[in-house]
Design a binder for this molecule. Sequence first.
Ligand code: ATP
Length: 416
Amino acid sequence: MRVEVVTIGDELLLGFTIDTNAAYISRVLAAQGINVVRRTTVADDHSAIVSAVGDALERSGAVITTGGLGPTNDDLTKPSIAKLFSKAMRENPDVVRALEERWKSLGRTGPLPKSNYTQAMLPEGAAVLTNRHGTAPGIWLQDEQGRWVAMLPGVPREMRGMLDELLVPRLRELRGGTPTVTLSRTLRTTGIAESALADRIDAATIDLKGAGLAYLPGPDGVDLRITVRDLHETDAEALAGRVAAKLKPILGTYMYAEGTTDLPAVVLEMCRSRALRIAVAESCTGGMLGERLTSVAGSSDVFLGGLISYANDAKVSMLDVDPAAIADAGAVSEPVVRQMARGARLRFKSDLALAITGVAGPGGGTAEKPVGFVWIGLDGLGDSEARSFRLIGDREEIRRRATQAALDMVRTKLTS
Ligand code: ATP
């Protein structure tokens, strides 16, 4: 089955909203072996919707739209597609009832606003895709030749719920037979450049047996995505597994996780299994390291807390950094980062403590300590380590890379 996706919304074309819906639909359908063959984005404009959906229907006979189903005047998807199918719009009593019940269940007083009733206007002959996550119902419209359009809301959470719960089962049924799938596996690395990784993998001359291998560099490191297409699920999983097994020894300790697992989760688990507790002291990352650790549910048994010691005075008063060290070597220096880490460990009575101090930019760089120059310290288990890094990117990226490098120092320490 070949499907086209049309995402609808002025804000998408203006660039204020990133089109995550189209990406999500492509991913989910690929996993079902359904190919999204083209994606189009159009404005909240009647003729633009008619022409984009009409062209897509001509080509593939199978179209998913998102957006423009709301109660406001700029929500034109339904009437535009009804026109394409030469259908009149009619109020659907079941949808009216559902909207009224939802209004009451949310504790709203007074009658359902008039504009909400437009959400119950459906093209004649359309099937309702019930929206358990919001008000705008999704719509399935099909013609005599079996060509169909599925209209989903624009709000990503609502769209995802309806796609997963209603549309995917419907498409599986429509497709029938034993499906082939497109399946991906991701191996996550950090601390190695994309080019160095590629050299290692090229040197190993692995037979990928038709699997695709993509290098996806980002501030957290390089993800390697293995993709297998057009195989039955068990064969696809077996092939992806074989390729992953060949790659893992080549990636060595640079690999920290598989799938979507984040480095903080890996580090927390390593500490948990060794009954170690950790604290942090942050300067240029301003709490980002603590934020990343606490965003992992259940981190409280490992992560004790952190101090944001941004000003020099704060480093001295909160972490007992020697003012002479700051005066002699500067706030971004080895002695200071070691003292910050030790101060955090003593203050929190943790087993390990990480400290970060650096020049995140865009200003403040010097020839000796340019923007992106960061010291990271790790204190604990009878040892003190410090490493300097030259990180690239803008302020946000440098800060993110610094937190990743810091976490990786813990991982490396506990691995060796
Ligand atoms: P509602 O009934 O809730 O208004 P709707 O179908 O009318 O839903 P839109 O008004 O088009 O949806 O969009 C609602 C919000 O969903 C937008 O403000 C935008 O933030 C988000 N959104 C819309 N389309 C997309 C998209 N393709 N990708 C990501 N987010 C989107």
